[in-house]
Design a protein around this ligand. Structure first.
Ligand code: GTP
Ligand code: MG
Length: 484
């Protein structure tokens, strides 16, 4: 648009604005006049209503603009209780050695008195490139393709100001199929004294979540918005402002940087041939280095408590996962054991053709064993109530159970050769398996003997005719009967 046209457009815009303002003023005066002409009582009423609106508007605005409460930092359980839990698990699962190694690494780093910094973020944001800019001599591989860094690698070198930080390059998060590498990266982020979270533009929701997760540990955290060389000065200001807003005050600082890196392109030579050229982009990480220096100034000793808290919080979570897996395996064993006993009991006591009546003593013992495993205290009354409900479920579900058992006998002809009463024996395997699994799942999830939940799950399992489950129960029934 020419300068003249732009001036004309601006003049028209200004005239329209003046006209609108005058019109609004005129309307306001007319309203005021009408207001003044109203009877006294009505004037007071309208005045009070208007005041109410204004006060409500101010209150709403103040509510929106109120300073947000900082999130409470994650508090890890104490080390002694964690060690105890790990020790208990070790008896059953030698795999938990990795948890003990984590504690060993925690101590090793404390004793070294060195400062660890982790560079963390999504794939291809320029983490490895940033390491080369931060640590002279470090040359981790970088590539436009995401998922270049596959492992945690530490780089130690003297910065221009003489600091001896150890900087960890970690695999990028959010890589399709890269869950195990993301775990490695997260573990290292917890082990570091400070974390640089790298992004390359606006934060996605996943990145904002990841940043909040890091922020919850309360350790020094910087958000580096990389690849700033790709923006104009105006864009840089806008992007930084947006990212600051998206970061919601979680990091200690949000900084625009250019880690540099290498760009490759193909050049056509005068003789028509093509040549591949690699060119280094200049790095500009000074604001980041300055902020890092400021945050790390207290030294490794002063930052150790937060680091230890983060490592123990991570260990608490991993230990919890091992415990859940251990309980799940143990509950399978318990349920199988009782299903086997129920099969044997059925052959001994149940006359073919009679109703299915759950064996009370066995069922009570199974409930106790499972509740014990999940650390849930149960009273005799609770168990009685639960069993009463199970019996009712069975009364209405007998035909379903017997039909499933009948089909299983046809599907696994070997069972039929084990004599009369096998139908009932299999039915009891199915009942105990369904009841046990339903109860174990409820205990794991609710940490209580939730009758309604357990009953619902049991009904679903009784009707579940999934092939592999029936095969397993057929094998269990066969083995129990042969071992009798
Ligand atoms: N324009 C520009 N590109 C950059 C910058 N920093 C890194 N890059 C490029 O971004 C791409 C990815 O860089 P990497 O350092 O491998 O990224 P990464 O985060 O380590 O990636 P993963 O190891 O896959 O997680 C490379 O092509 C780099 O050259 C920068 O400051 N500006
Ligand atoms: Mg990398």
């Amino acid at each position: 648009m020419s300068r003249r046209l732009r001036l004309l457009a601006a003049a028209i815009g200004l005239a329209a604005l003046v006209w609108l303002t005058l019109a609004a003023l005129d309307r306001a005066l007319a309203l005021a006049q009408r207001f003044m002409a109203l009877p006294d009582g009505l004037r007071w009423l309208i005045g009070a209503l208007l005041c109410g609106f204004v006060i409500a508007g101010i209150a709403l605005g103040a509510y929106w603009l109120r300073p947000r409460k900082p999130r409470a930092p994650v508090v890890a359980p104490d080390r002694a209780s964690l060690e105890e839990r790990i020790e208990k698990l070790r008896v059953a699962d030698p795999g938990v050695e990795e948890l003990r190694n984590e504690l060993g690494e925690l101590d090793r780093r404390r004793e070294s008195a060195l400062i660890y910094v982790a560079v963390f973020g999504e794939i291809s944001t320029g983490k490895s490139t940033l390491i080369s800019a931060l640590v002279p001599g470090a040359a981790p591989s970088t590539d436009v393709l995401g998922g270049t860094t596959r492992d945690v690698v530490h780089y130690q070198g003297e910065t221009s100001a003489g600091e001896h930080w150890i900087v960890a390059d970690v695999p990028g998060s959010a890589e399709a199929g890269g869950e195990s590498r993301e775990r490695l990266a997260r573990g290292e982020a917890l082990r570091a004294h400070a974390v640089i979270y790298v992004c390359a533009g606006d934060l996605t929701r996943t990145q904002a979540d990841e940043l909040r997760w890091l922020g919850d540990f309360g350790k020094p955290l910087l958000l580096a918005v990389n690849k700033a060389d790709q923006w104009t000065d105006a864009e840089r200001g806008q992007i930084l402002a947006r990212v600051r807003e998206q970061a919601e005050g979680v990091p200690d600082a949000v900084l625009a940087i250019s880690a540099g890196g290498e760009e490759r392109f193909t050049r056509r030579l005068p003789d028509g041939t093509k040549e591949s050229v690699a060119r280094r982009r200049p790095a500009d990480v000074k604001p980041l280095l300055d902020a890092l220096r400021r945050l790390l100034a207290p030294g490794a000793g002063a930052l150790e408590a937060l680091r230890e808290n983060a490592v123990l919080a991570g260990l608490h979570e991993r230990t919890g996962e091992y415990e859940a897996a251990h309980r799940a395996a143990e509950s399978e064993r318990i349920v199988s054991r009782y299903a086997r006993r129920a099969v044997i009991g059925a052959m001994a006591a149940v006359a073919p053709g009679s109703d299915l009546v759950i064996q009370g003593a066995l069922a009570t013992a199974m409930v106790r064993a499972l509740a014990d495993l999940y650390g849930v205290r149960v009273t005799d009354v609770e168990i009685d109530n639960l069993l009463r409900q199970v019996r009712m479920t069975l009364r209405t579900g007998t035909s379903v159970v017997l039909a499933v058992a009948g089909n299983a006998l046809k599907a696994f002809p070997g069972l039929g050769t084990l004599g009369g009463g096998v139908l009932h024996a299999f039915a009891y395997a199915l009942i105990f398996d369904s009841f046990g699994r339903a109860l174990a799942a409820t205990l794991a999830e609710r940490r209580s003997l939730d009758q309604a939940e357990a009953g619902e799950r049991m009904r679903e399992l009784l009707g579940d005719t999934g092939g592999s489950r029936l095969r397993r129960l057929a094998e269990l029934t066969g083995e129990a009967l042969r071992d009798r």
